[in-house]
Write a protein of this length. Sequence first.
Length: 756
Amino acid sequence: MALDSNKIADNFIDQIKQGSSPIPKQDKTVIVSDDSEPSAVGGLAALGATVIGATALGRRIPGIKSFLRPFGKTPKTNTTYTPNKAVEEIGDIPTATGQSSELILAPGKELATVGRSRIGEVQNIPFTMGKGYKDSNPIVGSSTFDRVMEAPFETGTAKQWTDWLVKANRADLKVSTGPLAGVSRRVTPDELEELNLIKFDKQGKGVDGFLKVMDDQNTPIDRDTLLEMVKTSPINSLKTLRLGVRGDPEAEMLDVLSSFRIASNKIPNKTTQSDELVSALRGDLRMLAKELDDQQGVIGSGTYTDIQDKLVKLGREVDNPQDFSTILQKFNKTVGEYNKYGQKVELPQPLKFRGDKRSDSGYFPAYKPQRSYALQGGENYTEDVIYYGKAIPNVQGGRFSNLAQSPHFVDNEIGFIRYDDLPNPKLGANARHMRVSEAQTDIHSAQFDASNKAEYFKLKKNPFNTDGAVRILKKQRDDLLARREPFDELGRGIAGLTKSQRQEIARINYEIAQLEKSGMAKLASGSQLEATTAAPLAKSWPDYVAKNLLRNMAERNINALSIVPSSMNKGIKMPAGKKLGDEINYGLMDGKALIRDTEGRLKKTNQLAAMVAPLKKLANQYGAKFEMAPMPKSNPNKPFKIIAEYTMKGDDSIKLGRKHYNKKIGDNYIFEDHIGAARTMDEAEELLKIRDKDSFGNDKIKYIIKEIGAENPDLYEMVPTFIASDDVLKKFLLPMKAYMYQGGFVDKTNIFKGIL
């Protein structure tokens, strides 16, 4: 429900607590970062975009000037205490002040700086990296940030930080208060690896990453350094390019055509010129409806002004001009509503659009005419493109390497999602149902491709957060400068110092010189990678897709979401034979995956498919439902259905559920695919004329028009569905965890290990 406008709270989170519906910035078609990389080396240049002037080494190494820049003011430093005991896990229950209990110490190890937990600063605003809730929250946030804040020490060894983070990979760690109470806040190995903090081998041993390097060098690490690394996580720079228009524009244009046909049939005194204009306009409107159906770009001014001129001319020629005046107004509104999505899409440099079907001319989808990839008969068709919105740091060219498949849309593309939605009276009077036909990641598909798998993992070198060691050295240098500053302020010169003071400043200067030498060496060694496949979401793509869709549901107040089963989409339209990718990703009619056993035989598992499983977990965590529910095949409010009847012979694909059917006639199995719906029979016939037929030339397909009411079960398919009340939807306007533990399937072939 919505509160009275005078009573709506100014604060975003207060609105949610009070039960109102927060109004975020709806339908951001393009989210583009304004940040630009200071230099080609990316992360290393975070210490400064300029170089020290004179030396050849300085001219080659970005970041040196910043590294050597002295402090302007004496920085605040913590009082240092070095115990002979190490900090251990103390639990996660804060005191009333938000601080953890006193440290539990054990002998044998050393900790550089003792501090207290800062969990009180983030416990009520989890996954926001301390920024709080607002109307422009990112889709995801970090539980690692909250865990680092929770640590009961300011500075620790790499092993202590690693142990602290590893111990947070527990199911019992959940948000305790606020709108997200009960949501898991565990820290997963996926997040730690993509942050380049620590990478584990199959035995759970740390083998790479910042913490491993610091452990080898026995260098202590402070909390702020880790927090800064989390803030620059690659997942924080993921953007969504949303391509598509609202509504059903081809149906609206066919309604204009229907109105025109009625008006033209009533012309009382027809002339040769009026007949010619009527014939021309019918053809023009039909062709324009085809363009609106494909949604490949704006309707050009030459096209719509020609139709406008003909309508005006016809109105002057006939005795019922008011009819055509009304049609002209309806035509202008339809074209205007459609063309408003034709804004130019601008990508941040150096990213460019890729592929044959480019979308840089507007917000329109690039692949809607590919009928075999997605269900037809829907509305609000959309293609979401997930991409990394900057140049990749420390990589030549600033782009990820695609091996198995080139990007469909843009450089640094992680993947894309194709979906639409429809009214669903079975779930409520005003309910709408989102239908997801495809969610594909090209950059990571190579890890499952036998011919590209080895090269994919060979090139999977993490380019992010490679300057952590330099940050540590810079902090140490700044601390030494702060210790030297009191001597500089004495104003007596070296001769005015005591012997012990001269010895102390000489030692400090020596340590500063050593740090500068080490820092410049590390900057110089930060060479760029020629190529990398280490894009975000290598293992968490299904999870991120689910969260992206749920945020969209919340913004548009859609209460139901289903992943379209392969059995009623690709399994029929694009049968893959022995390949099982679609059955693993999208599942059968009950959402379950199909695999091959160790002997190569097909068998159905008890586990949900990769794209379906996250929905069940999110439903459990956020108080939503996940159950079998009716999903409409076309708009229930438009009774005249255009149906493609696929006729199949009984075979193993039918028996295993790889192909779905609605009725059986003799030896034939028939699936009814709704490719459109219309208000009237005339509009349905026109829609059938403009709609592409089967692009694969299947002579077993028959096209019919049938009247089906909203209550008729033939209009729906029972599929696994995520259903959220309005109150639950509000939670998806808040940040969600960047990564969610998925678990794995128990199977001898272990086929799902790389996916989940």
